[in-house]
Design a protein around this ligand. Structure first.
Ligand code: UDX
Ligand code: ADP
Length: 464
């Protein structure tokens, strides 16, 4: 089976970059990315390729090469579905905010809507690929919806979880550690569908990096990978608190530990807490699934990773208040960075949102600078929490265009995202323009402690 037309539903952080790379590497396949969000599609189609809606190093060059050739962005979902032999579902699956499983289970509303739309529109056989991270056994639900249309169309469901990390998405897509494809390995049609997807990736990924499994293993592997990664961050963050009271330095500990080849060096960087659209959502989901099977010990074990992460965010904010003589009321705090990590404009679950919320509840005045996140997004993140009115958020939070401007006359600076440019700031000049004593809280352990203290700062870094 040779794939000629691919449709991807969802032009977000997963669908956009993944389809751009597939289109770049498979020039003979037409790839159409569709989304209901007209503004987002217009931005993907913007004449100036630098204006695409997702900031990812290297992505605009890939889009520039393939767009208009075999990569298309459109709001005409029905047409793209009908034409495609293979449909990727890359829509959002946030944690439910209502009803059963509220705050834990993934909300599959958008997935189900996609399935129903595919079922309604399709007039020829399709391979449907789950790309979004989904709870185990979602494929079965998709299958049930698709197979009960009665229009004689044959659907094969594959799970092909995305392991790209934001900020390095293009590189991760071009050189994946592995590509995982789950399908119905027990039937001829299932194996054919899997092979068709293997052949797509085979354009640039070697065979030994492509794993095929049954659907359930594939779905669960994605949740497991994210849970393990997040667990490492929570583990080192737990140690960071212990380092602070014992005089150990968490960077030294993580280096010493990471050099053990059984442990490995990656994902051992202490921080103000992990964010992003996946870690928390996927672990909550894992906890929910475990609980629903009565596996309470398994659920409690993984829930602790989230509890530790919430604690890390809260204690960073609480430490700012405590250090500033137990009050930040009316004080100006500059927050450098808003994105959940560097090299992305994504802010989902960013620690900065929760730290800002905590400080605002203590009546602080906040000034934010982030090189890639828009003012609109920052206010939307705060408004979404519902802790205060939109008007109050706009009164107490200002967004500026440079780090220098943010720090002017501030009582304290909180470094929230490890953007490279924060390393090169003229910190002495910043110190001069702040109120004294000038406090600097490094939530990413990015800055050189000695240099900051020599510049005059009262300096605090996570885990030191
Ligand atoms: C993650 C997974 O890495 C990826 O495989 C999956 O497909 C989606 O979820 P992402 O959320 O984009 O990717 O970024 P990641 O690099 O994993 O970082 C997540 C959070 O953990 C960030 O807030 C980051 O700052 C934090 N982190 C990461 C640490 O605090 N310390 C570390 O050592 C590593
Ligand atoms: P992710 O990080 O998983 O890519 P995003 O929220 O960035 O998540 O992107 C998901 C996209 O899916 C959004 O742009 C949203 O508008 C789109 N979407 C959700 N449901 C549908 C649907 N039924 N049809 C088309 N697009 C959809």
């Amino acid at each position: 089976m040779k794939i000629k037309n691919i449709c991807c539903i969802g032009a977000g952080y997963v669908g956009g970059p993944t389809m751009s790379v597939i289109a770049q590497k498979c020039p003979e396949i037409n790839v159409t990315v569709v989304d209901l969000n007209e503004k987002r599609i217009a931005a993907w189609n913007d004449e100036n390729v630098e204006n695409i809606p997702i900031y990812e190093p290297g992505l605009s060059a890939v889009v520039a090469e393939a767009r208009g050739r075999n990569l298309f962005f459109s709001t005409d979902v029905d047409e793209a579905i009908d034409r495609a032999d293979m449909i990727f579902i890359s829509v959002n699956t946030p944690t439910k905010t209502y009803g059963i499983g509220k705050g834990m289970a993934a909300d599959l509303k958008w997935i189900e809507l996609c399935a129903r739309q595919i079922a309604r529109v399709a007039t020829s056989d399709k391979i449907v690929v789950e790309k979004s991270t989904l709870p185990v056994r979602t494929a079965q639900a998709l299958k049930n919806i698709l197979e009960n249309t009665g229009n004689g169309v044959n659907f094969q469901i594959l799970s092909n979880p995305e392991f790209l990390a934001e900020g390095t998405a293009v590189d991760d897509l071009l050189n994946p550690d592995r590509v995982l494809i789950g399908g119905d390995i027990d039937t001829e049609k299932g194996r054919e569908a899997m092979q068709a997807l293997v052949d797509v990736y085979g354009h640039w990924v070697s065979n030994d990096h492509i794993l095929t499994t049954n659907v359930w293993s594939s779905e669960l592997s994605k949740l497991t990978a994210n849970a393990f990664l997040a667990q490492r961050v929570s583990s080192i963050n737990a140690m960071s608190e212990l380092c602070e009271v014992t005089g150990a330095d968490v960077n030294e500990v993580s280096k010493a530990v990471g050099m053990d080849s059984r442990i490995g060096a990656k994902f051992l960087k202490a921080s103000v807490g992990f964010g992003g659209s996946c870690f928390q959502k996927d672990i909550l989901n894992l906890v929910y699934i475990a609980k629903s099977f009565g596996l309470n010990e398994v659920a409690d074990y993984w829930e602790q990773v989230i509890i530790m992460n919430d604690h890390q965010k809260r204690r960073f904010a609480a430490n700012i208040v405590k250090t500033l003589y137990n009050t930040v009321s009316g004080k100006k705090i500059a927050m450098l960075g808003w994105a959940f990590k560097k090299d992305t404009n994504d802010t989902r679950e960013a620690a900065s949102i929760y730290v800002a919320d905590y400080l605002l509840s203590e009546q602080a005045e906040i000034v934010v600078y982030d090189p890639k996140v828009t003012e609109e997004q920052i206010y939307a993140d705060l408004d979404y929490l519902g802790s205060r009115t939109g008007e109050e958020n706009r009164k107490s939070v200002k967004i500026v265009n440079t780090a220098k401007e943010a720090c002017l006359d501030a009582h304290a600076v909180a470094l929230m995202t490890e953007w490279d440019e924060f390393l090169d700031l003229d910190w002495e000049a910043i110190y001069e323009k702040m109120l004294k004593p000038a406090f600097l809280f490094d939530g990413r352990k990015l800055l050189n402690k000695k240099k900051m203290i020599d510049s005059g700062f009262k300096f605090y870094a996570i885990g030191n």
